[in-house]
Design a protein around this ligand. Structure first.
Ligand SMILES: Cc1cc2nc3c(=O)[nH]c(=O)nc-3n(C[C@H](O)[C@H](O)[C@H](O)COP(=O)(O)O)c2cc1C
Length: 501
């Protein structure tokens, strides 16, 4: 094709010259054809792309399709059960609940019951006439002076910077209307987290954004200023995140705008590193001292840790230490390996950490073993979208759930997988002002609230169908999983009961 391109180009140029000489009024044809010729010649001589070198100009079609592969698949080629990480059925549940319209589905399920891994719940012959539950959980151990009453579904951490101003505002507004808590993520506490007065979980990560010294270490005074704010109800120390456990993060200089630099207390326009480890603590004892320090600095608010479970023996040792010293965080948030991120390393995104189902079972069992289950609240995150997802987590031992990407769908996310590129087509994970403006806060805050409200309502109906009048009857024996062509097992059989449960 290389040779053919040159020959065709020469013929075209000669033909064009002849046409213009014979019919001068057709000179504009050169304006149409010349850019293509120049692009083709550029492809011919460039050395980095073999396809474009071999197929000048036409190779660009392949390059375009490769770049936009996911968007083309997502919008044109996938059937309803296929998209990843979330399929269309999952997205549709959020879209419909957020829009508050047509919450029913026709004809029948498209998720085959014969597929290995397929899960379902079992209903009762006698559904409950009424479900009486406020679906709230009190977070705060006996070491905590200011327990917080949290919804069973809250917004997981997404930092300002990874999501836009309008997304942060809409989530804050939605959280206020529906009565759930907004986790700030590790990018600091901004005015956008205070606009509508929703309850806030202030998160600090290894970069201590919003409460860091010039050298990047923890600054108690700055922390205190944020922690005592009335809207801040709980503090979460992020130890690791499911999408990138044990890995750090970089805020590129380009994304470090004047405003972000101000909120994060960093120098504008510089590359900022969040190391994989904390400088404030390096072992269990120091971590517990840090928890105590934060509890004092926040005047007794619940302090939690967020982590993705990795090496189980380490986590068991940590929990045993909590029990021996009778000193522990008020809550543990578990992020499953399937968790999301604005930007993550590929190895960690695909292959690191324990998935949420196994992780919740493990932590719940270990807390039970060391008699800490009533003291420490367990919050689960990892592709929780539907009321059934919430039920699974609660059955395994979680007290409450977090959702990040579910809430993003409520904001209009189309899963274009561009969160790390600043080109998000829906204005959620971009800092480009025109794109950010396309997300209308007033509309989206209602959608976020609708999604939450309708999901809790669906959860209530689900409990009712199982004959349960409240959350107390939730049990692993009511969830089934197909394990091969002819057999199924309940969660109770798969996730064996901890000995002292
Ligand atoms: C755009 C984006 C930004 C995130 N930022 C943070 C963060 O700052 N801190 C954090 O602990 N987790 C962060 N996460 C992870 C979420 O809090 C959550 O734990 C994870 O995505 C699992 O929840 P999900 O499956 O409902 O998305 C982020 C996730 C996304 C998608």
């Amino acid at each position: 094709m290389r040779k053919e391109f040159i020959i065709t180009s020469i013929i075209l140029v000669l033909a064009l010259a002849a046409i213009i000489i014979l019919y001068p009024f057709l000179w504009w044809l050169s304006l149409v054809l010349l850019p293509f010729l120049i692009l083709g010649l550029f492809d011919y001589f460039q050395e980095s792309d073999n396809i474009r070198r071999n197929y000048p100009l036409f190779g660009r079609v392949t390059t375009f399709l490769e770049k936009e592969r996911h968007v083309v698949q997502e919008s044109l080629l996938l059937n309803r059960t296929e998209g990843k990480p979330f399929n269309w059925i999952q997205k549709e549940i959020v879209y419909k609940r957020a829009a508050n319209v047509n919450k029913s589905q026709p004809f029948g399920t498209q998720i085959p019951y014969g597929e290995v891994g397929r899960e379902w719940f079992v209903h009762s012959t006698y559904p409950a006439k009424e479900v009486n539950d406020d679906f709230r959980v009190t977070v705060g151990s006996s070491n905590c002076d200011k327990p917080y009453s949290a919804s069973i579904l809250n917004l997981a951490g997404m930092s300002y910077g990874s999501i836009s101003k309008n997304a942060t505002l809409a989530l804050n507004g939605g959280a206020k209307i529906a009565g759930f808590a907004q986790n700030t993520g590790e990018g600091g506490f901004t005015p956008y987290h205070q606009e509508y007065g929703a309850d806030i979980i202030f998160q600090i990560g290894t970069g201590y954004f919003g409460c860091r010294t010039e050298e990047g270490n923890f600054d108690p005074e700055k922390f205190n200023n944020i922690a005592v704010n009335e809207v801040v109800k709980m503090i979460e120390i992020k130890i690791s995140q499911g999408a990138k456990p044990g890995f750090g993060a970089i805020l590129p200089a380009k994304k470090n705008t004047e405003e972000i630099a101000k909120f994060r207390h960093v120098e504008k326009g510089t590359e900022i590193l969040s190391p994989p480890y904390h400088s404030a603590f390096g072992n269990d004892e120091q971590m517990i001292s840090f928890v105590e320090k934060l509890r004092k600095l926040s005047n007794g608010k619940p302090i939690g840790i967020k982590l993705c479970i990795g090496q189980k023996d380490e986590v068991e040792k940590m929990i045993r230490g909590f029990a021996e010293k009778q000193n522990y965080p008020d809550f543990i948030s578990i992020d499953g390996a399937e968790g999301g991120s604005g930007a993550a390393h590929m190895e960690s995104l695909h292959w690191a950490g324990l998935p949420i189902v196994e992780a919740v079972h493990f932590v719940h069992s270990t807390l039970t073993k060391y008699k800490l289950r009533d003291e420490i609240t367990l919050i689960a995150a990892g592709k929780i979208i539907s009321a059934f997802d919430i039920y699974r987590m609660l059955a395994l031992g979680a007290d409450a759930c977090y959702s990040a990407r579910g809430m993003m769908f409520a904001l209009g996310c189309v899963q274009s997988l561009k969160c790390n590129l600043d080109t998000c087509p829906t204005g959620i994970t971009t800092m480009v002002p025109s794109r950010v403006e396309s997300l209308v806060v007033e509309d989206k805050k209602t959608k976020v609230a609708n999604y939450h409200k309708n999901t809790i309502e669906a959860f209530k109906e689900l409990l009712g169908s199982m004959g349960l009048e409240n959350r107390k009857g939730i049990h692993k024996k009511y969830i089934f999983r197909r394990i091969n062509e002819t057999e199924t097992k309940t969660y109770e059989e798969i996730f064996i009961k901890p000995s002292k449960e």
